[in-house]
Design a protein around this ligand. Structure first.
Ligand code: GLY
Ligand code: MN
Ligand code: MN
Length: 439
């Protein structure tokens, strides 16, 4: 668990870099149909600065970096409501929320409308996530207009609207020790889920049955939800990159690609493993698998401080291109295959993304037009793959094989820590584990 003081320190840190008023609402509840809702998930920016998980809440920071005593950190949230709490459960209410989450000021969300024009008066700028939610944009411009209406009494309205995400994305990119601890926890649960999937899989089962095993392990061990929709793709389905139907039956002789990770206390894990449904790789499956594994290991070895963002991708491409040539999928030289982008017939995505509160986490990949350097505290995925669709100029024994191997890594002072190494990955490890399946 991230302690309250860490959230408060983040608020102070952001306040020291702004002059004006920050407004950050949490996510809305989403209606599924009629009065049924999707499971609630708070907004990541809001959560990053508050630790508060209830819906209908707004963070407001009135910052004056020249005069820290005047800076105000305000939480607006739902009132206590004994009647609603009978139906929906506990809510803090402003008084208890203010206390528990380290705010000096906390008010009912009902007061927001009345208080915002006053809080915005005579402030130089508004910091918000403009464009994230059109109805909040409308409310914000309404408040600014109400300040403008007071111009004849000498009140000035904010002259600038600035994107608070530029400041927050950069903070979120660098994970502190407490965040890394939560991410290790998420990774460990997801590794357990992948091991469980390998132990449960067999010919004739439905992809959905294996999905159920993953979800069972996530929840059994205290993760709140999957971090994204699980991909459980047998055989040719593995060549559909975002396959989520998970409703086909697994056949003897096929591979099963699983891309699944849980969310624990707001933080995502994101793991892909590919393994044989019957527990033993065929020769063509193994040939392709070993190429992807070597590419992934080369990419992980390239995750270290001062290498730029794209170095792991480039390392993976070298190995994949050579492997594709050796296996007769591509022709010519490694440089030629990379320059012509011929490899994209089989590997059409990139090798990773930032990972954190969001599975595709906040943070710029380039700065001033160049790939940014990796630095300690950054966390990312490393996930090369190979997807072979039926095609005349490809040996038929490779058709419909899709392989991806994905780990989560944190950049350290000298290289990287692999957070997800407990999920079996080598051919020997996978086949060994699957020999232990129930009869
Ligand atoms: N599971 C989403 C991704 O791998 O990017
Ligand atoms: Mn993934
Ligand atoms: Mn990923």
């Amino acid at each position: 668990m991230i302690p309250v003081k860490t959230f408060a320190a983040r608020r102070r840190s952001i306040a020291s870099r702004m002059q004006g008023v920050a407004i950050l609402p949490t996510a809305r509840e989403q209606v599924r149909n009629r009065d049924a809702h999707f499971p609630y998930r708070f907004d990541s920016y809001f959560y990053y600065l508050t630790g508060f998980r209830e819906p209908e809440a707004v963070l407001v920071i009135v910052a004056d970096p020249g005069n820290e005593d005047k800076t105000r950190h305000i939480l607006f949230c739902r009132d206590k409501d004994p009647e609603r709490e009978i139906w929906e459960g506990f809510r803090y209410g402003p008084e208890a929320a203010g206390e528990a989450f380290g705010f000096d000021e906390a008010y009912s969300i009902i007061k927001l409308e009345e208080m915002m024009p006053r809080l915005l008066a005579d402030q130089p700028a508004v910091y918000c996530a403009l464009g994230q939610d059109a109805s909040w944009d409308t409310r914000l411009t309404g408040w600014v207009n109400r300040v403008r209406e007071q111009a004849r009494s000498g009140v000035t309205a904010p002259a600038q609207i600035r994107d608070i995400r530029l400041l927050l994305d950069e903070m979120r990119l660098f994970k502190g020790a407490e965040e890394l601890e939560v991410m290790r926890g998420a990774a460990e649960i997801s590794c357990g889920a992948h091991r469980r999937a390998m132990l449960k899989t067999g010919p004739g089962m439905g992809e959905y049955e294996i999905e159920a095993e993953l979800l069972y392990e996530f929840r059994r061990r205290g993760a709140q939800s999957p971090a994204y929709t699980s991909i459980v793709a047998g055989g040719a389905n593995a060549c559909v990159l975002h396959y989520v139907e998970n409703n086909a039956r697994l056949k003897d002789g096929e591979l099963l690609l699983i891309d699944a990770g849980c969310e624990l206390d707001g933080y995502a894990s994101d793991i892909t493993r590919t393994f044989p449904v019957n527990g033993t790789f065929s020769a063509p499956q193994r040939d392709l698998y070993e190429v992807v594994l070597a590419a992934q290991e080369a990419a992980i070895a390239a995750v270290r401080p001062d290498n730029h963002w794209n170095v792991p991708h480039e390392a993976a491409l070298q190995i994949l291109a050579q492997g594709f040539i050796d296996l007769g999928l591509c022709q010519g030289s490694v440089d030629g295959v990379i320059q012509s982008e011929d490899y994209k017939r089989f590997y059409m995505h990139r090798t990773g993304h930032w990972l954190g509160l969001d599975v595709h986490d906040a943070g710029e990949y380039k700065q001033n037009g160049t790939w940014r350097a990796l630095q300690p505290g950054m966390t990312l995925t490393v996930e090369p793959g190979c997807y072979v669709r039926p095609s005349e100029n490809v040996p038929a024994y490779f058709w419909n094989i899709g392989v991806r191997i994905e780990d989560d890594v944190a950049v350290t002072g000298i290289g990287c820590e692999v957070l997800t190494s407990a999920a079996p990955k080598s051919v020997a490890q996978i086949e060994e584990l699957m020999r232990n399946r129930e009869a």
